[in-house]
Design a protein around this ligand. Sequence first.
Ligand SMILES: [Zn+2]
Length: 118
Amino acid sequence: MHPQLEILLELQDLKAQQRELAEATADTSHEIERKVFRVKPEDAAAQLQSKIEEMESVLAPDVADRYRIISRRRNRAVAPVLNGICYGCFMTVPTGVPPSNDEIRWCEHCGSFLYFVD
Ligand SMILES: [Zn+2]
């Protein structure tokens, strides 16, 4: 896999974690669970944020630009491709695009980075 694609996938995971954490802390019914957290939710949020920033800083400039644009529009910057369909927009990925994760590719319809699953 292309190392930048790996970073993008990890970033996506960290951001999903960040959203889940924000939801969990907003929901007061989790009060009891929160007491057994090993880290305070605010500390966890800060750590996630600093890790996200650290990883964003190692993205190549052209990848980082696209990543920033997509991240503003959608939660997921990387869309899985299954059976030739981009799951970011459910449009067909042109057959001219070889299904390989060794290069950074993106969907020409929705702009998402593509991650070929099959
Ligand atoms: Zn797409």
